[in-house]
Design a protein around this ligand. Structure first.
Ligand SMILES: [Zn+2]
Length: 254
């Protein structure tokens, strides 16, 4: 059996059947936040689909008096007035407000970003307000996300582009096979009569290239590597490092 968690220098007894899950000092108020859960999670709230919710309970404690505070008392430590924050470019306004959620017996940050000119809602969020460390607000979180996306798209731009040899959809870059077909086009391959064919490796190590007629019970062989999409001619080949590659006929190298 694991030893139950205790809080140094604080007399706190979880309710019968419960144990301390987590405790920390709220950075804003200096109050101690303690979260307990049921030891036997089988007693937890039944969601009806075989899953049970972890029932947690939160206590707000004044570390000086060791008293468990009611919301009416802890509310005295915080401001519940809405605060407006403007983005650096002056285009967006964040309204941030601490609210008390009676049902969950806790406080939440309610945040809303609106376009200043149109008033259009851009993003909104609700998150737990008690924290050990100051959290970034929704504007800051969005800015970080945008910077990350910019970096990713820059990386993508530096990579050479490559397109499917049939439908010209963008595909992953592969210098060895500059015109290989995308997976969608590969699923449309037929023999010269229009029967659907598929190709796979014959060797265990991903070598060899054998054609089959699709959906045939006894795996009817298609003994050619030439295949078609309508009138266009393609050739199947084993890929250098395993797998099958389909390319327009002109690109086939012996
Ligand atoms: Zn394609």
């Amino acid at each position: 059996m694991k030893t139950p968690k205790t809080i140094p220098n604080v007399r706190f007894e979880p309710e019968t059947g419960c144990e301390i899950l987590q405790f920390f000092t709220d950075f804003e108020s200096g109050l101690l936040i303690v979260i307990t859960n049921l030891i036997d999670q089988k007693q937890g709230e039944d969601f009806g689909n075989g899953a049970r919710g972890i029932i947690t309970k939160q206590y707000v404690i004044d570390p000086k008096t060791q008293e468990i505070l009611t919301p009416e008392i802890w509310k005295g430590y915080f401001s519940y007035e809405p605060v407006e924050i403007f983005s650096e470019d002056g285009l967006y306004k964040l309204v941030r407000q601490r609210i008390h959620e009676v049902q969950k017996n806790t406080d939440l940050w309610q945040e809303e970003i609106r376009e200043i000119v149109s008033g259009k809602l851009i993003s909104s969020s609700k998150s737990v307000a008690f924290h050990e460390k100051k959290q970034e607000n929704l504007l800051e979180r969005r800015k970080k996300q945008e910077q990350q996306e910019k970096e990713w798209s820059k990386k993508r731009k530096n990579e050479p582009k490559q397109f499917c040899g049939h439908c010209e959809k963008e595909v992953a870059y592969n210098a060895r096979y500059p015109k290989y077909l995308c997976s969608e086009c590969c699923s449309k391959l037929t023999d010269s009569e229009g029967r659907t064919v598929v190709f796979s490796n014959t060797g265990f190590m991903g070598t060899g290239c054998q054609g089959y007629y699709k959906n045939t019970e006894a795996q009817e062989l298609y003994n050619s590597t030439i295949c078609y999409i309508e009138k266009e001619k393609f050739v199947a080949d084993e890929e250098k490092f395993g797998g099958i590659v389909i390319q327009p006929c002109g690109f086939y190298e012996e």
